[in-house]
Design a protein around this ligand. Structure first.
Ligand SMILES: [Zn+2]
Length: 436
């Protein structure tokens, strides 16, 4: 039994037309028309398949198919149907449509499953004008409050989030009732493009995700002294911008010194005040972000940053005010699901030579690359409520969140067949309870 690649690629193409601009990029974000059209298209697909549909309070779409009357909890596949601004056609879409393709393949082949199969398409996973990302998965796993949802408005149109969710078929007032937990699901697997270049560089189609990176962000305010850029001699300056620039270099060096693939650090947002050519900055703000595989590594980075920031404060006579705005722990994937996905990939994918495996710098188990996801996903939040796994598919040149994002059909096919067989095995192993 194989997935139907032609059908899956046709679906990917059809979904990509919603929000497609003339220059090729896709704008499909909660609140815009394209996002709503994409929803209607998805619902129609599910109805055509004869599956049951539920839209929850967060407007997440749940598509359910069962082959018997057992009370077993469903195995859920899925991802999200929204896209970043000017995004590509695979991020999110592949996970949802792969789930539907697997459902359809099993249905056509009349394969009886012990567990219902469920496909979810989450609302607003990507950064969006309502400024709450992974909104759907966070909402139903208890990580968002009604107050936060009620306070959110579209940055450009001013529409309230509640109204946008309502138009999409949800109702934020029902947030508490929409919570999903252990009792609602036996497992969750997200298929996603890698968005990095580990698979591409090694000419591999698919890999297993071991964990999803932790993300830590601080909002830092640098207080210096604004003064005249001409009359203030260099030795009398307390330049907030230069201190921030130096701090950004510290952040970079802190990550680089660790020489790890699973550690990165970025200062990607800066605000210089008063931002004038003839005034020394008296106040500069920046956001520092660290991505890391574990608490120890995070602490190690923060210790160095603390020490070096103190030096900058002393040398420049400025002060840093630091506020933690995000502290998301890494999300380990379920060992049992990781093993099943890995086994099934190894049956579909031509292995590298041992020498190539060694020189790749990646970790392999049974010739399958074990990858840390350096991007956040809905799976982070699902991993808190059910056994969760992810399968990555190669991104050509590692490109994503851009219109050039591309994944080859042959890689999709290999990953899809591996996931199809993983679902079948998971169905059996969950029944026999021999899943570790
Ligand atoms: Zn995504």
């Amino acid at each position: 039994m194989k997935i139907n690649l032609e059908r899956l690629e046709k679906n990917l193409k059809e979904l990509s037309l919603f929000g497609r601009k003339e220059d090729g990029g896709i704008d499909r974000s909660l609140g815009n028309e394209a996002e709503e059209e994409a929803r209607s298209w998805l619902l129609e697909k599910a109805l055509d398949m004869g599956a049951a549909i539920k839209i929850d309070a967060m407007a997440n779409i749940w598509i359910n198919w069962k082959t018997n009357n057992s009370d077993n909890k469903p195995i859920t596949l899925g991802s999200h149907h929204d896209a970043v601004s000017d995004g590509g056609m695979y991020d999110g879409a592949l996970g949802v449509l792969m789930g539907l393709e697997i459902m359809q393949t099993l249905k056509e082949n009349q394969v009886p499953l012990e567990h219902p199969l469920q496909v979810v398409s989450f609302t607003a996973e990507e950064p969006n004008p309502f400024q709450i990302s992974t909104m759907g998965s966070r909402g139903v796993t208890g990580k968002l409050t009604l107050e936060k949802l009620q306070a959110s408005r579209h940055l450009i149109t001013g529409e309230s989030l509640g109204t946008a969710i309502k138009r999409a078929g949800g109702n934020i007032q029902g947030l508490l009732k929409a919570q999903v937990g252990k009792k609602d699901m036996a497992a969750f697997i997200e298929c996603h493009i890698e968005q990095g270049r580990n698979l591409f560089d090694n000419k591999l189609s698919a890999g297993t995700v071991t964990k999803i990176t932790g993300i830590y962000r601080e909002f830092v305010t640098v207080k210096g002294e604004a003064n005249h850029a001409g009359t203030t001699r260099m030795e009398y300056r307390h330049d907030a911008f230069l201190a921030a620039a130096q701090a950004a270099l510290v952040v970079e060096e802190t990550a680089k010194a660790l020489k790890r693939r699973d550690v990165v650090a970025t200062v990607g947002w800066v605000e210089v005040n008063p931002n004038s050519a003839n005034i020394i900055s008296g106040n500069t703000k920046f956001i520092m972000e660290l991505r890391f595989p574990g608490e120890m590594v995070k602490q190690q980075m923060l210790q160095r940053i603390e020490k070096d920031f103190l030096k900058i404060e002393n040398n420049r006579g400025i002060s840093f005010q630091r506020e933690i705005i995000l502290d998301q722990a890494p999300a380990p994937m379920d060992e049992g699901i990781m093993k099943i996905i890995g086994d099934e990939i190894s049956k579909e994918q031509t292995p590298l030579s041992l020498a190539a495996e060694e020189s790749s710098g990646l970790e392999f188990i049974n010739h399958v690359p074990m990858l840390v996801s350096m991007a956040g996903h809905d799976a982070v939040h699902m991993s808190g409520i059910t056994r969760t796994g992810m399968i990555f598919v190669q991104s050509i040149e590692g490109k994503s969140h851009c219109r050039e994002e591309k994944t080859d059909g042959k890689d999709i096919e290999i990953a899809g067949n591996a996931l199809l067989n993983a679902v079948l095995r998971l169905d059996k192993e969950l029944t026999n309870e021999n899943l570790n």
